[in-house]
Design a protein around this ligand. Sequence first.
Ligand SMILES: [Zn+2]
Length: 64
Amino acid sequence: MVGSCLDLRGQRGDSETMNAFGKILSGKSNYKTVESIPKKLCSGCKKELKAQDKFCPECGAKAQ
Ligand SMILES: [Zn+2]
């Protein structure tokens, strides 16, 4: 799916844009999009980790 590559981080804080994305993704107004998914960063290299990552795939540091 092409849309999976959308980077919404630059849009954070723009609620109208987020609502628009929510409508596109869900068909509902005010639907919470990827913004509601907590992200964690590697304590070593600051790479963005997936929620299920136990260790950083980049530098091997233990995920917090
Ligand atoms: Zn790392």
